[in-house]
Design a protein around this ligand. Structure first.
Ligand code: NDP
Length: 331
């Protein structure tokens, strides 16, 4: 198997030198194990946190160990009943072309007619469910409300715009990093307005896009975007704090909002969350999302990089905004 290891801990922006690619001979399968040939690997922003040794909600990657994370593939050898060769399985073994282990660390997922396996890694998987949990349970979006979503053209953001629409949002506004992405927000992803956050002060850009203010903020970015939302919130506004990617690769202390007092005067609620604490919503999410899909009401983009050897580059490109929708590696 070809796999990718963390070789040294990045300080600031990771570089290819922080990783190592190696060939390993896999041991014989033991009873109860399966071997899986991966078809798609996920590269995700949270992995950056695990490359550092700071305390976080998931343990740091060990130096010299394979980068683990979401992936999907097919069983090519099996020594367990109930997970035969050919089964499609989702798992967390991560950045390797072939992985093996106890069957309990893999989960069989049914094929969805007409859709590629990869959707299990995003719109019908982790990032789609993150968008759903954030808008429903965390921000308690109500019909008719105005929603602002940062990082809107990425995997979570493209799902969040559409889910907000399905939940009956009145007006949906998104921000992203290129004019091409901003155009897609309104043309394809259910947004009413969008702006490129490079075009000026985010507070002014948001105020222009939402002249009457916002009720809900779904934040993937943090920093200047959170500050802008705090300025635009109407009374009783709620924020689902999902990510803060603007600070993941900075070495200086991330700048925080200077207008936190609005929390008091406007009665705002800011609530952070990680998906892992809300897995009880899994069945509800799958059911509603699949329904919206079947109605033709959900679309997605994938930015696909071919070859396990390009996984690190795919990860770095995603962190810099090189993706539209979900960044994936195809094996
Ligand atoms: P994306 O597909 O959105 O990819 C990351 C995007 O971040 C890039 O495409 C880039 O787009 C944007 N970006 C990078 N740097 C900046 C910056 N300085 N300011 C603004 N935007 C920036 O990734 P995901 O959809 O997988 O994740 C989105 C967010 O959700 C992340 O913050 C992630 O950590 C978080 N997340 C949280 C989970 C949870 O359980 N709480 C679960 C899953 C994800 P652009 O061109 O627009 O800059």
């Amino acid at each position: 198997a070809t796999r990718i290891l963390l070789d040294s801990r990045p300080v600031g922006w990771p570089t290819p030198e922080n990783f190592r690619i190696e060939e390993v001979a896999l041991p014989e399968l033991e009873a109860g194990q399966v071997r899986v040939r991966n078809e798609f690997l996920s590269v995700d922003p949270y992995m950056r946190g695990r490359m550092s040794d700071a305390r976080s909600y998931v343990a740091p990657y060990a130096l010299g160990a394979q980068i683990t994370g979401g992936a999907i593939g097919r069983v090519v050898a099996s020594r367990v009943d109930g997970m035969p060769e050919g089964s499609v399985v989702l798992h967390q073994h991560g950045w390797s072309d072939v992985v093996q282990g106890d069957a309990a660390t893999f989960r069989i997922v049914p094929d969805i007619p007409g859709l590629p396996l990869s959707v299990r890694l995003h719109v019908l998987g982790m990032t789609g469910m993150t968008a759903y949990v954030g808008l429903t349970r965390i921000a308690a979006l109500r019909e008719g409300e105005t929603v602002f979503i940062s990082g809107a053209a990425g995997a979570v953001g493209t799902a969040a715009g559409q889910i907000a629409r399905h939940l009956g949002a009145g007006r949906v506004i998104g921000s992203a990093g290129t004019p091409e992405k901003v155009a897609l927000l309104t043309q394809k992803y259910g947004y009413d307005a969008g702006f490129d956050y490079h075009d000026g002060d985010v507070r002014e850009l948001l105020a222009q896009a939402a002249p009457e203010g916002i009720d809900v903020f779904f934040d993937n970015v943090g920093g200047d975007h959170l500050q802008a939302a705090l300025a635009s919130f109407r009374d009783g506004g709620r924020a689902a704090l999902c990510g803060a990617i603007s600070s993941y690769n900075t070495t200086d202390r991330a700048a925080g909002p200077d207008n936190m007092a609005n929390l008091i005067t406007r009665g705002l609620t800011l609530r952070g969350f990680t998906l892992g604490d809300h897995l009880d919503l899994s069945a509800e999410f799958q059911q509603r999302m699949t329904g919206w899909f079947e109605d033709g009401g959900i679309v997605y983009d994938e930015t696909i990089v071919d070859g396990i050897e390009n996984t690190v580059q795919a990860f770095l490109d995603m962190m810099r905004g090189g993706n539209i929708g979900k960044m994936l590696v195809r094996i």
